[in-house]
Ligand binder design. Structure first.
Ligand code: HEC
Ligand code: HEC
Ligand code: HEC
Length: 404
């Protein structure tokens, strides 16, 4: 995903109808804008590339333009795409479009989304042709995929849980699709659903203008000590609303999630999301411990390069940097985002989401020039397996792949 828009307003809806206003709020919650707006392109006009293991898919024009967008679609046709991943011509859509989540949206909210999109400014922008490898270029095959992995059920509240929890669960599962990035996927690209799998961390590729596909590692969001166990509900709510807390600051892929989506939600809603996420059962797959030789080399590099800000204890401090002990980011099962941060420096947003985003600390600089592949791999394996942290070892070849 690429369509990072920092602070751009959505296409102003004509009319002040309350359904349309509600629709816009839900569009924020679902982050339609990040996926359907290409850099420099018109809002919702599509053309954002999604590199997958099976080829590249482009998002489509969802403005109400009659010839290139969804202007001629009836509510029923819109609903079929959103809930069942089927186009008006009967073809299946690829699940890079998260209809697996949107299927859970209730009827009134689906109607509000439709009314909203029919009210935005139409833009003429023809779709880009997908570049999928055979046999995945055959949309028919997605019928088989759906039969295996797709559950069309609406969201069902859990009467045993508080109302706020149910609101959070609905927002996350039907709209915000945190699991699309934070859950591991199987070989056919479906989110794993087995016990202890959802939200334990995922992998995705983003297409970068200069670098091509760049791998990202989404951390474990369960309350395991190797996930966000160290974060309170308030920490998470604050991060989603204001882009920072005492343990982390928004960067990388979360820029588009927080800037384009969660910061626009009410405090009650970001708190509800945090309540739901913090209730996920703790689970983590940490791999074996690195050898003592790797740990010793890593510790030495850590003391030279990182200890001044993150401290030898890994606890960080208010004015130098966040803790690495208990950091979900550092322990993400796939280390790609961690490697990118350390080798190439932080990808902080150009515009901060809020004043509270400011921190009294000095940001990190790139360490790519200062560390060989062996040193960087040992250093990160050390960070991932010290102070109670545990995560799969980083190999020198993983580092090399993130240099450019
Ligand atoms: C994670 C990225 C992502 C998000 C979020 C997303 N979409 Fe999409 N959407 C896509 C992609 C990719 C496609 C193209 C799928 C294909 O060609 O099979 C698509 C296709 C569609 C289509 C089918 C259009 C057509 O012409 O076939 C509709 C309608 C649509 N999206 C609406 C929405 C709405 C409404 C939202 C927000 C509620 C949304 N999308 C959020 C990625 C996304
Ligand atoms: C488009 C993919 C994507 C989506 C959707 C997404 N995340 Fe993330 N998230 C990531 C990635 C990747 C990272 C690692 C950051 C990076 O790439 O620099 C991350 C990091 C995080 C972190 C750790 C931050 C830190 O610095 O320690 C938290 C917490 C988080 N996400 C919560 C959420 C929640 C809650 C949602 C849903 C509201 C969500 N994310 C949706 C991809 C995503
Ligand atoms: C100049 C002080 C400084 C140095 C030196 C430094 N960092 Fe950081 N680090 C930070 C700050 C500040 C952040 C928060 C992001 C930001 O604001 O740039 C951060 C964030 C991080 C994070 C993300 C934590 C999370 O949970 O979101 C990791 C992991 C990390 N640093 C690892 C390292 C490693 C490994 C080294 C040594 C190679 C290092 N840092 C050197 C200041 C520093």
């Amino acid at each position: 995903m690429l369509g990072v828009l920092f602070a751009a307003p959505l296409g102003a809806a004509n009319g002040d109808d309350t359904t349309i206003e509600r629709g816009e709020y839900l569009v924020r919650a679902a982050n339609c804008v990040s996926c359907h707006t290409a850099p420099g392109g018109a809002v919702f006009a599509g053309g954002v590339p999604f590199p997958t293991d099976f080829g590249t898919i482009y998002s489509t024009n969802i403005t109400p333009d009659e010839s290139t967008g969804i202007g001629k679609w009836t509510f029923e046709q819109f609903e079929a795409a959103m809930r069942r991943g089927v186009r008006p011509d009967g073809q299946h859509l690829y699940p890079a479009f998260p209809y697996t989540n949107f299927a859970k949206i209730d009827d009134a909210d689906m109607r509000a989304l439709y009314d909203y999109f029919m009210s935005v400014r139409p833009v003429n922008a023809p779709a880009r042709k997908n570049e999928m490898q055979f046999p995945f270029s055959q949309r028919r095959l997605m019928g088989v995929w759906k039969a295996l992995f797709f559950n069309e059920e609406r969201f069902k509240p859990d009467p045993a849980r508080p109302e706020a929890w149910n609101r959070g669960a609905y927002l996350v599962e039907a709209f915000a699709h945190c699991g699309a990035c934070h859950s591991p996927r199987n070989l056919l690209g479906a989110e794993k659903t087995g016990d202890g799998k959802p939200y334990t961390g995922g992998v995705l590729d983003e297409l970068d203008d200069e670098r091509g596909p760049v791998r990202r590692g989404a951390p474990n969001l369960t309350s395991s000590p190797h996930g966000i166990g160290a974060w309170s509900e308030e920490d998470l709510a604050h991060y989603l609303k204001y882009g920072a807390n005492t343990r982390a600051r928004v960067m990388g892929t979360m820029n588009e999630v927080i800037l384009n989506s969660t910061r626009h939600l009410t405090e009650d809603d970001t708190r509800a999301i945090a309540m739901y996420i913090k209730s996920l059962p703790a689970s983590a797959d940490t791999g074996g411990r690195p050898s003592s030789k790797v740990m010793a080399l890593g510790e030495k590099q850590y003391d030279i390069h990182c200890g001044t800000c993150h401290l030898p204890t890994g606890l960080g401090s208010d004015d130098t940097g966040p803790p690495l002990a208990g950091s979900a980011f550092a322990q993400a099962p796939e280390p790609a985002s961690l490697i990118d941060l350390v080798i190439n420096g932080p990808r902080l947003p150009v515009v901060g989401p809020s004043e509270q985003w400011q921190r009294p600390w000095q940001s990190m600089t790139p360490f790519g020039q200062k560390l060989s592949d062996e040193e960087a791999a040992a250093l990160l394996s050390y960070v991932r397996n010290s102070w109670g942290n545990a995560a799969p070892e980083v190999k020198p070849s993983d580092i090399d792949r993130m240099r450019w």
